[in-house]
Each structure stands twice: as structure tokens, then as C-alpha cells.
Design a protein around this ligand. Structure first.
Ligand SMILES: [Zn+2]
Length: 351
């Protein structure tokens, strides 16, 4: 047990933090193995695993342990060639491409040199490469992910063994990575030195006020202010920021937390531009009780307005299909039994 850890905010390093615990059954929070702190300086949440081992990425077991097949026994647990979730997160490329096209001009030049930091299987550069010529590098700890990235045409950098020696990247993407890190500011300062003068960074993370805290691999929950502030105070110019969500197909895998405020994104770079944005207004709850109240109120609004409507729409779609199949089956069964022909086929002949 790490009794003597001197806790501070993982995002802004402030000591103005306070421990909290929330019990919620819709937005599940961390187990008792964790300590959670709210930061009154930047408004983010930092979490520390104080019991049991932290998740490791370098041995490739992180994703193997995700049970996306919902198998009941170990005996049935066979790993697919790619993680199901990768197929969903693959579609994130569309939003990333649109945002970059809108807020930067990186696609107006020739070949782009791209680094997908924590890019796992290289699906993002694989997608973008179909839109624009890209010389991509995928840096990750997961050896299986890197094998796939290489197969799909990216150069790979195994961060468990090597540093990133390449420089002058036109585009660096950090998609759902920063929330896994101990102190991401160190990483984003390092990445700035790898960016070309005109280069841009796109980063995406879960939103504290839109995504459950319970994920065992997440150490930080950002707010819009804390994310933008972190990049700004690391010397970046801010070109765009806002909200984004997991592709809607995730409902097919029983993931229904996708809604408009689910994730945060930011686009930034080194050089000031006419469209450089300011850091958004700082609005931070003043007491820990106030924070818990704001958070739980947000959860209730999301459950009521977003998740419920997604589930209702999906169930109505299945209900309609159910009725069609049930009535067709029933009518055909009866007429085939009595008249030996299918009434449906007889009367609704294709023209
Ligand atoms: Zn902070």
C-alpha cells in the first residue's frame, strides 16, 4: 500500500485537491482500491490505485482481459484477431478528419508526416491515409497493436523499448490516451518538440461530466477547462476545442454512453494564428459537496435525456422487426399447414 504518496493533481500538479467518494449505479465509479481527488485549481479528477497492481500495457494483456464477448467461462474465452472495440473506435476518424479540415490547413499541402501517439493498431492513420497521403508512425506499448499497425502500413515505435527519434511531424494524434497517463503534461511538452513549426496536435479524452469514472485504466477525468488549460500552459496555441462522442454503432455492443457531451477534443499547435482561441472560462465548484452535486445532477440529466432516448429508439427498432418477423412467420405457418402454399408469397409477388 502506498500510504505515503504525496498526492497532487495529475493535470496541473496543484495540491489544492480533496478526496471524494461517489456511489452511482448508472455511472459506476472506481473500486475501494482507488483514491479519487477533485482539483479546485483546474477542476479535473485524479485517481490513484493504492491497492493491487496497476494495469500494464507492454505485455499486451490489457486488451486481452477486456471481455467483449461476454463469455461465461474461461474455457470459452477465445480471443478474436482484433478487438471488437477497435471496429467502433475506428470510426472516430471521421470526426477527427472533419475537425482538422475545419480548423487547420494541414490537408492542403502534400504528404503529411503523422505520429499516432498511443495509436495501438494504427487504424486511425490507416483511415486518414485513404483521404490524404500520409507517412505515419504509430507509437505504443502494446506489441500486438504495433504488429497490426505495421501490417497496415505504418512505421512503428515500441515505447516500452525505444524513444521517438523522428521529428518534424505535421500531425500528432493522441486519441483516448492522456487519461491513462500519470502526468500527461510531461508527455505533451515532449511531443511539442517533435512537432513541425506549422504542425498540429489533435487530442481526445473522456469528459468528467459525461463519462463514468469507473474504468480501471483511467487515472484522470478532464473537463473542458482543465484540458485546454493544460495544453495552453504547456506553450500551445489553441485552434479548436469542443465535445465529441463514440460512434453510434457502439450500441450494438451494449455501450450506450455515447452522447453529445461524452468526450472532449482539442486541436492546437506551436504557432500563433489569427484564429487562436482563448482558454474557456474557469468555472469550478467551490466545495467537494458542491462538486458531487453538480456531477450527480449531470449524470441524472444524461440518463434521462440521452441514454434513455438511445435505448428507447433502439428497442423500437427491434420491436418493429420483431412484429414483422412474428406476423410473417405466423401467417406463413398457418397457410402452409392448411393450404400448402404461402399466402404471403402468392399475394405479394414481385413485379
Ligand atoms: Zn488540477
Amino acid at each position: 500500500m502506498a500510504k505515503n504518496i504525496n498526492f497532487s493533481c495529475r493535470v496541473c500538479l496543484s495540491k489544492k485537491i480533496q478526496e471524494f467518494k461517489i456511489v452511482h449505479y448508472g455511472f459506476v465509479t472506481k473500486s475501494e482500491n482507488w483514491k479519487s481527488f477533485f482539483c479546485f485549481e483546474c477542476g479535473s479528477v485524479s485517481e490513484f490505485k493504492i491497492k493491487e497492481k496497476e494495469i500494464t500495457y507492454a505485455d499486451g494483456t490489457y486488451r486481452d482481459n477486456k471481455n467483449h464477448f461476454n463469455t461465461k467461462s474461461d474455457d470459452e474465452k477465445i480471443l478474436p484477431p482484433i478487438d471488437f472495440w477497435s471496429a467502433i473506435s475506428f470510426k472516430r476518424w471521421a470526426h477527427i478528419w472533419k475537425v482538422l479540415k475545419k480548423s487547420t490547413d494541414i490537408f492542403s499541402n502534400g504528404e503529411i508526416k503523422m505520429l499516432d501517439y498511443g495509436g495501438y493498431n494504427g487504424f486511425l492513420p490507416y483511415a486518414l491515409n485513404q483521404k490524404h497521403k500520409i507517412n505515419s508512425f504509430v507509437a505504443d506499448l502494446d506489441p500486438k497493436g504495433l504488429d497490426t499497425a505495421k501490417f497496415l502500413g505504418s512505421n512503428t515505435i515500441d515505447l516500452s523499448k525505444n524513444k521517438i527519434n523522428e521529428k518534424n511531424f505535421d500531425l500528432i494524434t493522441i486519441v483516448h490516451v492522456l487519461e491513462h497517463l500519470d502526468q500527461p503534461k510531461e508527455n505533451i511538452i515532449e511531443l511539442k518538440s517533435l512537432l513541425s513549426d506549422e504542425g498540429v496536435i489533435y487530442a481526445e479524452v473522456p469528459n468528467l461530466y459525461g463519462f463514468p469514472l469507473g474504468d480501471e485504466a483511467h487515472k484522470i477525468a478532464f473537463t473542458q477547462y482543465s484540458l485546454v488549460k493544460m495544453f495552453h500552459s504547456s506553450g500551445y496555441e489553441i485552434f479548436d476545442y469542443g465535445f465529441t462522442k463514440t460512434p453510434k454503432e457502439s450500441i450494438k455492443f451494449d455501450y450506450y454512453y455515447n452522447h453529445d457531451l461524452e468526450n472532449l477534443f482539442i486541436v492546437c499547435g506551436k504557432k500563433k494564428r489569427s484564429l487562436s482561441l482563448n482558454v474557456p472560462k474557469k468555472k469550478i465548484p467551490e466545495t467537494i459537496e458542491n462538486f458531487k452535486h453538480v456531477l450527480m445532477l449531470k449524470y441524472s440529466q444524461i440518463m434521462l435525456k440521452k441514454i434513455s432516448s438511445t435505448l428507447l429508439r433502439t428497442s423500437m427498432r427491434y420491436l418493429r422487426s420483431f412484429i414483422l418477423f412474428f406476423i410473417y412467420g405466423l401467417v406463413d405457418f398457418i397457410t402452409l399447414k392448411i393450404f400448402k402454399v404461402s399466402i404471403v408469397s402468392k399475394f405479394f409477388k414481385k413485379r
